[in-house]
Write a protein that binds this ligand. Structure first.
Ligand code: PEP
Ligand code: MN
Length: 275
């Protein structure tokens, strides 16, 4: 009898068959799930070519493995900055290429797939975790997928969404815990650390933590990132901006490159201790 209450009947692919049954996901030369913690860093949104080139250079120097940046931003309000669209993907790809960083960006519609040709990892955002047509479409590509947990979705539902992708043939899936919605309003979301511990126990897939969207408060990002490292997360994704107060979105939760560097160094140490 399992002590947790995940219904295993419909989970054909994502569950571990044995303790050794671990899948790694390689993105260019960066392997998630290989036992060494990885760092995804970059702005919430690609704001301009100059800005993403500058941030890419800084985060590369400070220990990032993968460069992030949204081009199509699914914002809660239609009046908020929506991202710069297709050219944002081109700038992100150029910055990644220049500084030797694989790239990840969020796709919100399957019709946009051609725009993502030069992006290495397709992100499915929290708001689209149950967009099943999108999941099936990215499941028919051969690009790694960063699948974020919806803010009102259970762990079982996250795993079922991963099944949708795998069922189409794409097994290169990285799960992401980014906080869930609770009664608590003091932080942007409530970081579900037990979800990471449980996913690492039962699932074969690498797991990444996003303490930026989980907390919404830059001062809380590093401590929560370190907590994720302590439960053996495979990677940490943080929003980083060279001038957080000027960011076009999510500046209040962005780390400076210097803060990112310190967090990453500490997280690596913790990760080594717990392995
Ligand atoms: C993001 O990572 O840019 C993002 C929008 O996050 P989420 O989908 O978790 O809200
Ligand atoms: Mn953001």
């Amino acid at each position: 009898m399992e002590k947790h209450s995940i219904n295993k009947d419909k989970l054909k692919f994502v569950l571990k068959r044995s303790e050794e049954d671990i899948m790694t996901v390689a993105v260019k030369g960066v392997t998630f799930g290989d036992g060494n913690i990885k760092f995804i860093a970059g702005p919430c949104a690609v704001e301009s070519k100059e800005s993403i080139l500058k941030i890419a250079e800084l985060v590369k120097k400070d220990g990032a493995d993968v460069l992030r940046g949204g081009a199509f931003k699914p914002r809660t309000s239609p009046y908020d900055f929506q991202g710069i669209g297709q050219k944002g993907l081109d700038y992100l790809a150029e910055a990644g290429e220049k500084f030797g960083l694989p790239t990840v960006s969020e796709i919100t519609d399957k019709q946009m797939l051609p725009y993502f040709e030069n992006i290495d990892v397709l992100q499915i955002g929290a708001k689209n975790m149950q967009n099943y047509e999108l999941l099936k479409a990215v499941g028919r590509t051969d690009k790694p997928i960063l699948l974020k947990r919806g803010f009102s979705n259970s762990i079982e539902e996250l795993l079922l969404s991963a099944e949708y992708i795998a069922n189409e043939g794409n097994c290169k899936i990285i799960l992401c815990e980014r906080g869930i919605r609770t009664f608590e309003k003091a932080t942007r979301n409530t970081f579900d650390i037990s979800a990471i511990a449980l996913l690492k126990k039962i699932s074969r897939l690498p797991v990444v933590a996003d303490p930026s969207h989980a907390t919404g408060v830059s001062e809380l990002v590093a401590p929560v990132a370190l907590a994720a490292a302590a439960v053996k997360v495979d990677g940490i994704m943080t929003e980083v901006h060279d001038e957080p107060s000027m960011a076009l979105c999510d500046g209040e939760q962005a780390l400076t490159p210097a803060e990112f560097k310190i967090m990453a160094e500490k997280a690596k140490e913790i990760s080594r201790i717990v392995r």
